[in-house]
Ligand binder design. Structure first.
Ligand code: G16
Length: 543
């Protein structure tokens, strides 16, 4: 193998965010840009010689080019085996699983998640470590620091490699293994869920729809839901992965999966519907006439986990991100298990998962998962739901009503104010932060502020502290307002305002969520002044 040392210039914009390095495609297309980032990663890892590395992505535009580069650089750095999904595809949860299964040193996951793709869209690279989870903050900082002062990178001179068929090829001291990206993941799912029961459900007059949004989960859904579980092929929508996601925005929420959502409120509504995002780690769950908010989904799955073979033994604990609704807290209390509240960002769950402190975890941003992998997992959530529905023999709406009757209901909405001027968004947050100490004890109608703080997390596993993780104004168990800035955009700022109100009286369980939250929304405006300060009369996205 011929190895070249190529001169590069340092880049100063390669600080990974909550989910890796995400930039516009054209940024990644600059000469040496990806190479610089990858070189920094290889230099920050312990000895990689002879180790295994996983590489794959969600199939978006520029994936193919980036994968060839990463393979050549991995080979040049002495990696012994590079495992790549056929066609370069690997869903994020499948990649994480594969890293663990193969005892790999880590893996490159090429995705910008739910962000749009194509020449004008976004691209991203995430490095997951040997545990399968995202690199720690410490490693991420070290990588970033290295990217700013590199002058050379190492790359193997190799012809373009064919990744379209499964095979093993010796690149000259480094084996390239192109694998079936689905098989190991499907086997993992089979070990967790009752496939017999789900198959019986899907063969019965049970109408389901799964929208892959032209992301990576299409082939996974076809193999697992159709081939293994006998769902009719027409149950799958937008199941062919496309480099530009069909021009869509592969984010499974009320706006971007609106056709699916509308179909659930139409006369011929399916019994169960779900969608997943570009890289397959997010999920949205719907029933006939009902959208299950992610916090409710996590709570219901935690409460009914004993319906599934994989979680029948009980849960060690549960975790949710701070802005996620507190519905799961009540379930944890009832089950007598610990509950953790972490900052936004999956890596905070990973520490707890690694330490065996939690089994299930989830976030308001349509992410749910468990200790089976170290990423959130869209199809896993779909199978979990199907398993529960098959065992309980009732519909999604009935199941959620039963849940609310037992536990009470957390009405919940996230209001996004997108495309804001970054300075304006920061100033707004600063002004609110300064106001927090004076809010405690203040009354807003029937609500009284019991806590107002800038969330700070003390990791119980590694003892680290993460400050400034979102502003929260708490009104006892009754309500909460949370404000934070998104950490995943590649353009202007997005401000997220989260509203949550608890209703314990079962007579009050039905009702329009927005109407239920209208009063709290007015209180939020009085406290935060988001609309006034941004000049927007409404959020640009409500989920
Ligand atoms: C990423 C992280 C999630 C996090 C989300 C938050 O998701 O992996 O843990 O909840 O970002 O996004 P924001 O900061 O915009 O609210 P993904 O699916 O984009 O990888």
């Amino acid at each position: 193998m011929r190895i070249a040392e190529v001169e590069t210039r340092p880049f100063r914009d390669q600080k990974p965010g909550t989910a890796g390095l995400r930039k516009k495609v054209r940024v990644f297309q600059q000469p040496h840009y990806l190479e610089n980032f990858a070189q920094a990663i290889f230099e920050c890892l312990d000895d990689v010689t002879g180790r295994t590395l996983i590489v794959g992505g969600d199939g978006r535009y520029h994936n193919d080019v980036a994968i060839q580069t990463l393979i050549r650089m991995a080979a040049a750095h002495g990696i012994g085996r590079i495992v790549v999904g056929q066609g370069g595809l690997l869903s994020t949860p499948a990649a994480s699983h594969l890293i663990r299964l193969r005892g790999a040193i880590g893996g490159f996951v090429l995705t910008a998640s739910h962000n749009p793709a194509g020449p004008g869209g976004d691209f991203g690279v995430k490095f997951n470590v040997a545990s399968g989870g995202q690199a720690s903050e410490q490693l991420t900082n070290a990588i970033f620091e290295r990217t700013t002062r590199l002058s050379r990178y190492r790359i193997a001179r190799l012809p373009p490699l064919d990744l379209s068929r499964r095979r093993e090829v010796d690149l000259g001291g480094c084996i390239l293994e192109v694998i079936d990206p689905i098989a190991d993941y499907a086997a993992l799912m089979q070990s967790l869920f009752d496939f017999e029961a789900i198959r019986a459900l899907l063969r019965s007059p049970f109408h389901m729809r799964f929208d892959a949004m032209h992301g990576v989960t299409g082939p996974y859904a076809r193999r697992i839901l159709v081939d293994m579980l006998d769902a009719p092929p027409q149950a799958l929508l937008r199941s062919e992965p496309l480099a530009d996601f069909g021009g869509g925005h592969p984010d499974p929420n009320l706006r971007y999966a609106d056709d699916l959502v509308r179909s659930c409120f139409a006369p011929q509504a399916p019994d169960f519907a779900a969608a997943s995002d570009g890289d397959g780690d997010r999920n949205m769950i719907l029933g006939r006439g009902l959208f299950v908010s992610p916090g409710d989904s996590l709570a219901a799955l935690a409460r009914l986990a004993d319906c599934t073979p994989g979680y029948r033994r009980g849960l060690a604990g549960v975790a949710r991100s701070m802005p996620t609704s507190r519905a799961v807290d009540l379930v944890a209390q009832r089950l007598g298990i610990p509950r953790f509240e972490t900052p936004t960002g999956w890596r905070f769950f990973c520490n707890l998962l690694e330490a065996g402190r939690i089994t299930l975890c989830g976030e308001e941003s349509f992410g749910t998962s468990s200790d089976h992998t170290r990423e959130k997992d869209g199809l896993w959530a779909v199978l979990f739901w199907l398993n529960v529905l098959a065992v309980r023999g009732i519909g999604v709406a009935e199941l959620m009503r039963e849940h609310w009757r037992t536990m009470g209901r957390h009405y919940y909405r996230r209001h996004d104010y997108e495309d804001l001027d970054e300075d304006l968004a920061r100033e707004l947050l600063e002004a609110l932060r300064a106001r927090l100490p004076r809010l405690r004890g203040e009354r807003f109608g029937a609500l009284q502020v019991t806590a107002a703080e800038d969330f700070e997390y003390h990791d119980p596993v590694d003892g680290s502290t993460s400050a400034h993780q979102g502003l929260r104004i708490v009104f006892g168990d009754e309500a909460r307002i949370v404000v934070r800035l998104s950490g995943t955009g590649t353009g202007a700022a997005t401000l997220r305002l989260y509203l949550e109100r608890y209703e314990g009286d079962s007579a009050e369980l039905e009702g329009d969520v927005d109407a239920k939250l209208a009063g709290l929304s007015r209180v939020a405006e009085r406290i935060t002044g988001v609309r006034r300060r941004t000049g927007r009369d409404q959020p640009s996205l409500v989920t």
